[in-house]
Design a protein around this ligand. Structure first.
Ligand code: HSE
Length: 430
């Protein structure tokens, strides 16, 4: 069966989503079951980088939301009021929803999920938090045997970029913000990011999944990063901390209640979240009995967010296909062929080799020649020290085919005039 998609919005994420759907080789075979039927846009005349049939495009988004031909609405217009109304309209018309819109879910989730439950349709939202990082599905499925204790996230890339730059360049908030705006990392109106609204939307969603209850947006304590100065960053560093905008949802045991907050926080430089820098996001989940598990990756951007949108679409197709007699296409094993394996000689990697050899003229030159003749480019070659009267020479290669590398080692070994060269260790370098 083919499922017709109505795509609302053809901006950055919409374009990325269409690009994946129009380029299926190497992806899940279920992608063949998805057809972009109609696309809602602001302007019909704008040049597009994806090869969509212009006849699919319309500026009438409401007509898409209610079109009886469409099975799934992908809402990527952002914002709250119009998105809410289009989603509710589509749900009332019996369509499943995939959305990347954290604000509409955090603020109108109660209404949307009640309507979806009543209509018997799914609302999938992997792209709404953490861009391409899988966190919604793990909270819904992989972690369900656990009692979640705390979710701590760096879930706003803009503020993490600003704080990282302040830390690295010793710069002031206002200067870094202006630079981030010039580079396109921060919006012209940065309020949603720097005042913590975006992170609050996202932690509201994560909390309701992790702790199994609806969350009122106004119950989240929220503070942004505008007040953080160079002096705070420096003192924090001297004390062994870094400052991060953390979004926290924590189950308080004695009170049996939830605490939710977003705010700049000192994080020990040894904490796993301390090394999450720049526009990257990470979510640390603490759970019983699992312990700590961290999800890390690109929290925004075209490809990353579209990857999550399309994953939701494919999961939806799998669910719909598994109704009736068919097993769930993603949960049962459907491969009947062996994956082709790359021969080891063709695999590329960097190598570290430690040689033990006589300390005399020409040895390093000989090593370099053998590697060069085999087409192995070297990143470094150094004589480090002595080991029981022999010199130690360490070589690190660039990325090379293993076959070439092994041929060089054989040539080094075979060369009779230098038979006092021995390989002590060979390791791969990541
Ligand atoms: N503005 C968000 C951020 C990305 O800076 O992380 C979209 O959620």
């Amino acid at each position: 069966m083919v499922y017709n998609i109505g795509l609302l919005g053809l901006g950055t994420v919409g374009t990325g989503t269409a690009a994946i759907l129009l380029d299926p080789p190497g992806r899940s075979p279920l992608i063949a079951a998805l057809n972009i039927c109609r696309v809602g846009v602001k302007s019909l005349d704008k040049p597009r980088s994806v090869a969509l049939d212009p006849a699919c495009l319309t500026t009438d988004l409401e007509a898409i939301a209610t079109d009886p031909e469409i099975d799934i609405i992908v809402e990527l217009i952002g914002g709250t009021e119009r998105a809410r109304s289009l989603i509710l309209m589509a749900i009332a018309a019996g369509k499943h929803i995939v959305t990347a819109n954290k604000a509409v879910l955090a603020r109108h989730g109660d209404e949307i999920f009640t309507a979806a439950q009543k209509a018997g349709v799914y609302v999938f939202l992997e792209a709404a938090v953490g861009g391409g990082i899988p966190i919604i599905q793990p909270l819904k499925q992989s972690l369900v045997s656990n009692r979640i204790q705390r979710v701590t996230g760096i879930i706003n890339g803009t503020t993490n970029y600003i704080l990282t730059q302040m830390q690295e360049a010793g710069a002031d908030f206002a200067d870094v913000l202006a630079e981030a705006q010039a580079l396109g990392y921060a919006e012209a109106d940065p309020t949603a990011d720097v005042d913590g609204f975006d992170a609050a939307d996202k932690i509201a969603i994560l909390a309701s999944l992790a702790f199994g209850g609806r969350v009122r947006y106004e119950d989240i304590e929220r503070e942004g990063i505008r007040t953080i100065g160079k002096a705070d960053i420096n003192y924090a560093r001297q004390l062994g901390f870094t400052i991060k905008l953390l979004a926290i949802a924590q189950w308080d045991q004695p009170q049996n209640s939830l605490h939710l907050r977003v705010g700049p926080t000192l994080v020990s430089k040894h904490h796993p979240l301390a090394s999450v820098n720049g526009v990257f996001n990470a979510i640390l989940v603490e759970a019983d009995p699992l312990g700590q598990v961290m999800f890390y990756g690109p929290g925004a951007g075209q490809g990353a967010t579209a990857s999550a949108v399309v994953a939701d679409l494919l999961n939806l197709v799998a669910l719909l296909e598994s109704k009736g007699e068919q097993p769930h296409p993603m949960l049962h094993c459907h491969h009947d062929h062996y994956a082709p394996i790359t021969p080891i000689e063709a695999v590329e990697s960097r190598f570290y080799v430690r040689f033990l050899c006589g300390d005399r003229p020409g040895v390093i030159g000989h090593l370099g020649t053998c590697f060069g003749d085999a087409g192995v480019s070297l990143e470094s070659i150094v004589q480090i020290g002595y080991q029981q009267g022999e010199a130690e020479v360490v070589v690190v290669t660039h990325d090379v085919q293993e076959g070439h590398f092994r041929a060089a080692l054989t040539a080094i070994h075979d060369f009779e005039a230098v038979d006092d060269i021995r390989v002590a260790t060979v390791l791969r370098v990541l």
